[in-house]
Design a protein around this ligand. Structure first.
Ligand code: CP
Length: 306
């Protein structure tokens, strides 16, 4: 039995296969409509979500399965003091696979140890968000036709943004990647990613503060919101929240074939006047999130569709 805690749990070959299946699902959805008949997905969300929870649920429904779960800890027995491990033992009796989001780093890993069904980490604190990374990789691969030989700009909250941490880790496995880390001093990438992942793999990178300086060289711009929920005090958040705003005017500095990605939700960091630019890929990215999660559910349940 396999779980997905970290995107690096998948080999490059497995990742390639998942992307092939996801592309096939996009083209031939009816082929997959009964692949999970009789199977159940449980979504255990101890932290708010729109895309991750609902796209997992849409993925299972598209495959012919059904869904159950909770969307906030307050409606579960966590409020009575039940541990994640006991909750997981319970859910193992009710479902065939589960997706868990939790504010505590490592909680889905603890759940997986006590689970008899595959567990998908749907985001744990500021740590990892592997299904978002699968979504990001599928989006880049589908739009650019490759995952290598690219300059990737990551902009915004690189300190708390778990999607950034997972994406950087995954992209270090491809040739010719360069990172441009665009953030204020206060929200720089943690050294356990900069040193232990980027430098350890000899990946070229630069750290800059100004988005306009970085834009002309980028093939992908990955915008992120400032993670309000991870700040200890409101004033620090307010100082940072509008540090970057990508608008139509700034986008003129970018290449014609650069794409803007964002895991969403956005707050102010991408102006709505960017939405109709052909380089704005963040809404397509959400749709790719359903296809790749369908492919992932099939993979973890060991279901093969001819
Ligand atoms: N991208 C993402 O994780 O969005 P949600 O918080 O809405 O799930």
């Amino acid at each position: 039995m396999r779980h997905l805690m970290n995107p690096m749990d998948l080999s490059i070959e497995e990742l390639d296969d998942l992307m092939k299946v996801a592309n096939d699902i996009e083209k031939n959805p009816s082929k997959y409509a009964h692949a999970c008949d009789g199977k159940k997905l449980a979504t255990l969300f101890y932290e708010p979500s729109t895309r991750t929870r609902l796209s997992h649920e849409a993925a299972m429904l598209n495959l012919g399965g059904s869904v159950l779960g909770f969307s906030e800890a307050s409606s579960s027995s966590a409020t009575k003091g039940e541990s994640v491990s006991d909750t997981m033992r319970t859910i193992s009796c009710y479902a065939d696979i589960c997706a868990m989001r939790h504010p505590k780093e490592g909680a889905p890993m603890v759940a997986s140890i006590h689970s008899s069904i595959p567990v998908i980490n749907a985001g744990d604190g500021g740590h990892q968000h592997p299904t978002q990374t699968l979504t990001d990789l599928l989006t880049i691969h589908t739009l650019k036709g490759r995952l290598d030989n690219m300059t990737i700009g990551l902009c915004g909250d690189l300190k708390f943004g778990r999607t950034v941490h997972s994406l950087i880790q995954s992209l270090t496995r491809y040739h010719g990647i360069k990172f441009v880390l665009i953030s204020p001093e206060e929200l720089r990438l943690p050294s356990y990613i900069r040193k232990d992942v980027i430098e350890e793999n000899n990946i070229p990178y630069e750290e800059v503060i100004t988005l306009e300086d970085a834009l002309p060289e980028l093939d992908i711009l990955y915008m992120t919101r400032v993670q309000k929920e991870r700040f200890f005090n409101e004033d620090d958040y307010l100082k940072m929240k509008d540090f970057y705003v990508l608008n139509k005017e700034k986008l003129k500095l970018a290449k014609d074939d650069m794409y803007v990605l964002h895991p969403l939700p956005r707050v102010n960091e991408i102006s709505v006047d960017v939405d109709d630019d052909p380089r704005a890929a963040y809404f397509k990215q959400m749709q790719y999130g359903v296809y790749i999660r369908m492919a992932l559910i099939l993979f973890l349940l060991d279901i093969h569709v001819e």
